[in-house]
Design a protein around this ligand. Structure first.
Ligand SMILES: CC(C)(COP(=O)(O)OP(=O)(O)OC[C@H]1O[C@@H](n2cnc3c(N)ncnc32)[C@H](O)[C@@H]1OP(=O)(O)O)[C@@H](O)C(=O)NCCC(=O)NCCS
Length: 263
């Protein structure tokens, strides 16, 4: 346990409600989430540029037409409306896409976390902090019992399918607790755990171009980008990045990324 009461432990089924909330917070609603990054970049997407062109063409046509009620002004109005509709649809698409990722996660691997992740080899870790640590600060007399879940990560290992590779999934830290080294701590425990699996050689993880913090985190811990591929539909195409890391990185490589040799 750290001085501020935070510790890392295995997932328990009673954590599930907070895990669900944090999934939506991390991916969809917090500052720095995928949706937040998507909204910031939406004005520069290809579809947005097409929307600007349609709007500009509409305005140009309108400025050139001599009569208010003519075919040209009708076409100009349609072009402007199409431009605005395209811009709005592209922005909404990112949010819809991420919402769908969260729903799919809850219906698949996160439906029964113990069964999916904690089968032989895999694990699901949470960073927790007892509410008691906040005594007198936040809750006064009505202080709730139990712990706040501040973040989590899963290691999906399916040796019957692929004994050499395990996938790191669902890494999320609550927005209030980011940049305090929590994700690094979780990842170090995952890496230490993976070293106990005799047949495992590589860890993989996937992220996107809308998660620059995750990319830096993984690269800082010795992960290498192995492939990129487009995801999403034509309205809001993004890039999916796949990373891989040998379970045992030679000492030299640690020195190169400036990390301590022991994990
Ligand atoms: C990505 C995420 C898990 C990082 O968690 P965290 O606890 O803040 O990460 P750490 O404090 O351990 O940071 C480790 C390193 O990652 C990088 N990093 C983390 N957050 C960053 C940010 N906002 N901007 C740039 N780099 C960042 C830095 O290199 C950092 O090292 P430094 O603090 O010494 O510079 C967190 O931002 C998050 O939950 N994001 C939303 C969900 C998400 O995208 N998850 C990834 C799923 S693939």
């Amino acid at each position: 346990m750290s001085s501020d009461g935070i510790y890392i432990r295995q997932y328990r089924p009673s954590d599930l409600p907070q895990i669900r909330d944090l999934l939506f917070e991390g991916f969809a609603t917090s500052e720095g989430s995928i949706v937040d990054a998507g909204r910031r970049r939406a004005p520069f997407m290809r579809t947005s540029i097409l929307a600007y062109l349609l709007g500009a063409a509409g305005l140009f046509l309108f400025s050139q037409s001599e009569r208010r009620m003519s075919v040209a002004t009708g076409v100009a109005a349609l072009l402007c409306i199409a431009g605005i509709a395209l811009f709005v649809a592209a922005r909404r698409e990112i949010s819809h896409f991420v919402q769908q990722i969260c729903e799919d996660a809850l219906a698949s691997d996160m439906r029964d976390i113990t069964a999916h992740y904690c089968a032989p080899g895999g694990t699901f870790l949470v960073a927790a902090r007892p509410y008691a640590c906040d005594k007198g600060k936040m809750y006064g007399d009505a202080q709730p019992e139990g712990e706040a879940i501040l973040g989590y990560v899963g290691l999906e290992y399916l040796p019957e399918k692929n004994p050499e590779t395990a996938d790191v999934r669902r890494m999320i830290i609550s927005a209030k607790y980011r940049r305090q080294g929590l994700a690094t701590q979780l990842m170090r425990v995952i890496i230490a755990h993976s070293k106990t699996l005799p047949r495992l050689r590589y860890l993989t993880v996937g992220t996107s171009d809308l998660q620059p913090a995750a990319r830096r985190l993984y690269q800082g811990l010795g992960w290498e980008l192995t492939s990129t591929e487009p995801i999403g539909n034509w309205l809001a195409t993004r890039m999916y990045w796949s990373f891989r890391r040998p379970v045992d990185i030679p000492t030299q490589t640690y020195a190169a990324v400036g990390l301590p040799e022991s994990e």
